[in-house]
Each structure stands twice: as structure tokens, then as C-alpha cells.
Ligand binder design. Structure first.
Ligand code: SF4
Ligand code: SF4
Length: 407
């Protein structure tokens, strides 16, 4: 309640809010949403479907938190209120509840997601995908179409990185555990392999625990706090013998850094204090890098910029690559529309934000766009392709690995 009362209605957050920028509606702004949440908490307003709808449309990007001079903890308030709506069964009619159930039932479970992606890989490689797109067969099903168009070309199933890799180089820094991530391990397995290789080259002993599961971020954002806590406790146990837990997916890292808030026990607090984004660990690590003559622009994932307040490190890391020219992206920290699985659940708003992001990328003239979150990579890639913009969309770790000189 203190967090809700901290809002002084100044409106400074409004221009930073993507949904307010698109819709121009007070109730789809941070100030309006705080008003609704406070009115419900004080019993002046019931938990209604209308309120649920305004909260559904929120991306949870937390740009408002960064902007707010009063320190309103918007992300935690949003997730707690979504938890209440969830417990009371209040669902806006526009919400694709069955799709959300399907996503939560499959995406955080590698043993279910893997076989499903195997079928989709066959769909892509058999020519079926090209046919479906040419004939526009999914046009009557906007959410299914959103899922289908987002799907990047699926790589062949890849082995996991080794369970243990010795530190290399003259300096042994610490033991680092690497999170594989549910999306990252299937959609961008090279990013995990490159993360391990770079950490070892920087002097870290690397551990990739096989007992690790999902971090629970999707459940947290959906207000499924009990399931989130179960997943979080399991992850804490999997990484109990490392000095650092290194994450290359911003959404996962943001949730993991907040375990201490949601699981008030000493183990969770200690775990959260050891979580680092990969850019925080590798910046200044004096990796042996050869020149990479590329023009690159950097999109800030919301859960890195606003959720973790990690802003300088990814850019500084890219600037360590000799020959690389980093071009500023206007509105770099404005959400691209991905926001976990938001782009599957709210394709219209997500498409509008994706279009705006690709227009800003076009202005830079860069050949490569980089972002440290698999959801952003998929969303930006899809929208750049749809707008006919020929850019490569990769994780910063990929660029660093390309420049790494093996010692
Ligand atoms: S989290 Fe993002 S979308 Fe939601 S109110 Fe804040 S700025 Fe707007
Ligand atoms: S900036 Fe903070 S205090 Fe001002 S309206 Fe937004 S949430 Fe409220």
C-alpha cells in the first residue's frame, strides 16, 4: 500500500509509457493504473473486468519506474494486483485465457517445449510454412498468426553446453553458474554456448547445472505467484554452489534478482544478490578481441534497462570490440512490444510497438541490431523483416564471440 500511496500524480511517467503513447488514455498510463490499483486496495473500487483489461494491456516494461521521481515500485504493484485478480478469477473478456494457459503449460517446461518445437521445425522445413503464409491461411486467427510470424528459423536441436568448463587465461576470477533459459536454450542455443566460452576466456570456472528449470518469470508476470515461488525455490537449489549466477536473458535475470522480495527467506536473498546479467560480468574483463568492422545499434530490453537498471554495461561491452561502430538508437529503451509473451496475447498493441521500433532502427542505418533478450530478438527480427529492413538481429554475446581470439 505504501508503494501505491507514493504516487503524487505528477504525470512525469506518462510520456515514457508505451501504451499511453499509442492509446493516449489516462487509464492506460502508469498514473491511471496506479489510481485503479490504489482504489481497489482501499476498497473504493471492486476488482472488475474493466480494471483487469487496463492491467492486461500494460506491458510490465517498467519504463514508468525509471521515470518516477517518487519511487513508485510499479512492477511489484502490478504483479501483486495481477495475483489478486488471478485468485479471484477476474478475467477481462478480451484476454485469450486458453492461450495463456497453453503458454504457461508448455513454455516453462523444456520437456514439453522441445517436442513442440520439433514439430514446428518440420513445419518450417517441409515448405508448409511458406505455403501457409503465401495463402494467408492464418489471417482469420490473429493470435495464431502472431505466434507463427514470430517464430524465427528454428536451429537444429543442439547439445547443451558442457556441465563444467575450466577457467582459461592467467586470472581465475570465480565460479559462475549459467542459466540456460527456456526460450534461449531452444531458439538461440548458440548464445548459451558463446556465453560459456566467453566466461571461461574471461577467467571464470563455468558450471551449467543440469537440475536447473525455469526461473518462473512468465508465471510471475501472469500473477501466478504460487507456481512462480515453486519454480524459484527449485532454481535456487540448483545454483547453491556457485559464486555468481550469470543470465543472458533480461526477463529471466530481472525476475531472479527479485527473488528476495517474493520469497522472503535467506537462501532466496543470497541467491538474488549473486545474479548478474552477462554484460555486467564480461564488461572490463579484458577479453582478447580482434576487430569486427560493423555498424551496430543497441536496443535496450525493458527488463535490463528498467527491471535491472543495467544500461551502461551492454554498450560499454560492445565498445570494447575494436572496429565496431555503435550508433545510438532513438527511443532505445521504449518497449519493442515483446514483453515476455505479451506479443502473443496482445498482438495489436505489440505490432504497433514493433513497427515503431523498426522505424527507429531504420533511421540509424546500422547493419546489425543487438539486444540481450530472446523475446526482443524475435520481435525485432520479425518486424524488421515485415518492414523490408535488411538487418541482422543478434545478442551482444554473439558479437563478442565473433570477435574473440582463442588463446
Ligand atoms: S509498465 Fe510500461 S506499459 Fe505498464 S504502465 Fe509502466 S510504462 Fe506503461
Ligand atoms: S511519475 Fe510516479 S508519482 Fe508521478 S504520476 Fe507517475 S507513478 Fe505517479
Amino acid at each position: 500500500m505504501d508503494g501505491l500511496r507514493a504516487c503524487v500524480h505528477c504525470g512525469i511517467c506518462l510520456p515514457q509509457c508505451p501504451t499511453y503513447r499509442v492509446l493516449g488514455e489516462e487509464m492506460d498510463s502508469p498514473r491511471g493504473r496506479v489510481y485503479l490499483m490504489r482504489a481497489a486496495a482501499e476498497g473504493r473500487l471492486g476488482l472488475t473486468e474493466g480494471m483487469a483489461r487496463h492491467l492486461d494491456l500494460c506491458l510490465g516494461c517498467r519504463a514508468c519506474e525509471t521515470a518516477c521521481p517518487s519511487g513508485v515500485p510499479f512492477g511489484q504493484l502490478l504483479e501483486a494486483t495481477r495475483g489478486q485478480l488471478e485468485r479471484r478469477g477476474v478475467v477481462a473478456p478480451q484476454r485469450a485465457s486458453r492461450l495463456l494457459e497453453f503458454i504457461l503449460g508448455v513454455f516453462p517446461h523444456p520437456r514439453r517445449l522441445g517436442p513442440m518445437l520439433h514439430v514446428l521445425r518440420l513445419y518450417q522445413r517441409s515448405g508448409m510454412q511458406a505455403l501457409v503464409r503465401r495463402l494467408g491461411l492464418l489471417a482469420p486467427f490473429p493470435r495464431l498468426r502472431a505466434m507463427e510470424t514470430l517464430l524465427p528459423p528454428l536451429p537444429a536441436p543442439a547439445a547443451l553446453p558442457p556441465e563444467r568448463v575450466a577457467a582459461r587465461g592467467p586470472r581465475h576470477r570465480a565460479r559462475a553458474g549459467v542459466l540456460l533459459g527456456c526460450a534461449q536454450r531452444f531458439f538461440y542455443p548458440d548464445v548459451n554456448h558463446d556465453t560459456v566460452r566467453l566466461l571461461a576466456a574471461a577467467g571464470y570456472e563455468v558450471v551449467v547445472p543440469r537440475t536447473q528449470g525455469c526461473c518462473g518469470a512468465l508465471h510471475l508476470h501472469a500473477g501466478r505467484l504460487d507456481e512462480f515461488r515453486t519454480m524459484a525455490r527449485r532454481l535456487v537449489r540448483a545454483f547453491d554452489d556457485v559464486d555468481l549466477v550469470v543470465v543472458n536473458a533480461a526477463g529471466c535475470g530481472s525476475a531472479m534478482k527479485e527473488y528476495g522480495h517474493w520469497l522472503p527467506d535467506e537462501n532466496a536473498r543470497r541467491f538474488a544478490a549473486r545474479v548478474r546479467d552477462v554484460s555486467e560480468v564480461l564488461v572490463g574483463a579484458e577479453l582478447p578481441l580482434r576487430p569486427l568492422r560493423e555498424t551496430v545499434t543497441y536496443h535496450e530490453p525493458c527488463h535490463l534497462a528498467h527491471g535491472q537498471r543495467v544500461r551502461a554495461e551492454p554498450r560499454d561491452l560492445l565498445r570494447e570490440i575494436p572496429g565496431l561502430v555503435l550508433i545510438d538508437l532513438p527511443d532505445a529503451d521504449l518497449c519493442c512490444g515483446s514483453a515476455g509473451v505479451y506479443n502473443l496475447l496482445e498482438p495489436e498493441m505489440a505490432d504497433e510497438l514493433g513497427r515503431r521500433k523498426s522505424a527507429r532502427i531504420r533511421e540509424t542505418g546500422a547493419r546489425i541490431v543487438t539486444a540481450g533478450n530472446p523475446g526482443c530478438l524475435m520481435q525485432i527480427r520479425q518486424h524488421c523483416r515485415a518492414e523490408g529492413l535488411s538487418v541482422e538481429v543478434v545478442h551482444p554475446v554473439t558479437l563478442l564471440a565473433r570477435a574473440l581470439e582463442e588463446r
